[in-house]
Structures are given as structure tokens and as C-alpha cells.
Design a protein around this ligand. Structure first.
Ligand SMILES: [Zn+2]
Ligand SMILES: [Zn+2]
Length: 243
């Protein structure tokens, strides 16, 4: 049980570390919806916006540092020195940016870390209780100290990861990234909010068999542009093409 979880934890961890979160392809041109006219109504505060002659073309976001047009939900990471697709945050723990193509792996890494640390905490609980009872405890003082420390550290880790996971669960259910939530773009109406179930699928894919492993089914990769990170279905899209 513990070993299985550890395998999943390591698999998820290396998937986040080694998977490119997604960069902007050279000569990227946004797909302009002729009917709706807009590309992305969002504007990054740190970047200038090019306003096209057509008023309906709201604003096209441009990254001055990389000198290219930014796809929707893309942000510039100052640590990586490049634009990252659907950037969530730059994570020092995984020495990588967390974005469109590795966000699911990051969440699974958190999930398995929580399971692992919770199980270790539980398995050490009897020793911890014995430590404070008057009963006779087996083991040398140094082993006891190590066990005590392991218990406290695992508990602290489990609790903080739990809090982080709860935060991300609420982000996923609203189809927002940490950056987007921080910039308070969710109010009043968030255009990428497709409803809780679809929002979940936008990150985890539609095939249940793949929900708990850091991978996607070929079908999902083919059918869901959001997993690549350049295009995202938004509410008006779904209204016009019912599926
Ligand atoms: Zn950039
Ligand atoms: Zn980064």
C-alpha cells in the first residue's frame, strides 16, 4: 500500500518536473473568432496591449520580453524567462513552472504526497501516544526521538499539503489558475467556467481510468485543445456548439 503510493508519488513528481508546461510556438497567431471578434479580453497589467483598428477586437495581449502575442491564459514567468501556457505558478519544489501541460501532474503529486504523509503519520501515531504515556516503550532514546520527529514533520507536511490541495480543488472547480484567481478575473463572470464537471475534465481529461495517473488518453489529447494549452473552450463557444 505504502509502496504503491510512493511509486505513484514519484511518478507524478517526475512527471511535473520533466513535462514542459507549454511554451508559445514560434510565429503564434491567435485564432480570431470572426463572429465574436475578440481574442482574449484579458489584459496583463505588466504588458502593453495592442488595440487593433476594429473596436470589437478588444485587446490582444503581447509579451514585450518575449516579443510575441500571448495566447489566452498565457503568462510570462520571470524565473523561467519565457511565456508559459495557462501558467499557474512557478514551483520551487518541482523546479519547474506549473502550466497547461503539467498542472494535472502537479495536482496528483500533491494528492499522493497527502496520502503518503497521512499514512506515515497514522502508522507512527501509536509510538507518539506511547511517548506521552507512562507505559514501557521499546527502543533506544535516539530511535524514539527520530520517530517523534518523523511524526511531527509528517503531520505538518500532511496538513499544509491538505490546505494547498483544498485551495487547488476550488480553483479547478472554477476553471481558474492561481494567477487568474489572484488577479480577480473570476468576477463577475468567468468566461472559462463551464460548470464543475467540465472544468474538472479540462484539467484531468474525460477518461476516468486516467484521472489518478499522470498521463492522458490519446483520445483526450486529440479532442481537448485545452490540454495543449493554446485554445480554451469558453461559455459562448459551448452555447453555439452543443456536445
Ligand atoms: Zn513572455
Ligand atoms: Zn517559471
Amino acid at each position: 500500500m505504502l509502496i504503491m503510493q510512493l511509486v505513484m508519488l514519484l511518478w507524478s513528481y517526475f512527471s511535473v518536473v520533466l513535462t514542459d508546461p507549454g511554451g508559445v510556438p514560434p510565429n503564434y497567431r491567435p485564432i480570431v473568432d470572426e463572429e465574436r471578434g475578440d481574442v482574449d479580453r484579458l489584459t496583463g497589467s505588466e504588458f502593453s496591449s495592442l488595440t487593433t483598428s476594429e473596436p470589437t477586437h478588444a485587446r490582444i495581449r503581447y509579451c514585450r520580453k518575449c516579443n510575441h502575442i500571448k495566447p489566452p491564459r498565457c503568462h510570462h514567468c520571470s524565473v523561467c524567462g519565457r511565456c508559459v501556457l495557462k501558467m499557474d505558478h512557478h514551483c520551487v519544489w518541482v523546479v519547474n513552472c506549473v502550466g497547461a501541460q503539467n498542472y494535472k501532474y502537479f495536482l496528483l503529486f500533491l494528492f499522493y504526497t497527502l496520502l503518503e504523509t497521512s499514512l506515515v503519520t497514522l502508522s507512527l501515531l501509536p509510538y507518539f501516544v506511547a511517548f506521552f504515556s507512562d507505559g514501557e516503550i521499546a527502543g533506544s532514546p535516539s530511535t524514539l526521538a527520530t520517530t517523534f520527529l518523523a511524526f511531527v514533520l509528517n503531520l505538518a507536511f500532511a496538513l499544509s499539503v491538505f490546505g494547498f490541495l483544498i485551495m487547488h480543488a476550488s480553483l479547478v472547480s472554477g476553471n481558474t489558475t492561481t494567477i487568474e484567481a489572484y488577479e480577480k478575473k473570476t468576477s463577475p463572470k468567468w468566461r472559462y467556467d463551464l460548470g464543475r464537471k467540465r472544468n474538472f475534465e479540462q484539467v484531468f481529461g474525460t477518461s476516468e481510468r486516467y484521472w489518478f495517473i499522470p498521463a492522458y488518453s490519446d483520445e483526450d489529447l486529440r479532442r481537448m485543445p485545452a490540454l495543449q494549452g493554446l485554445e480554451y473552450p469558453s461559455k459562448p463557444d459551448l452555447d453555439s456548439q452543443e456536445f
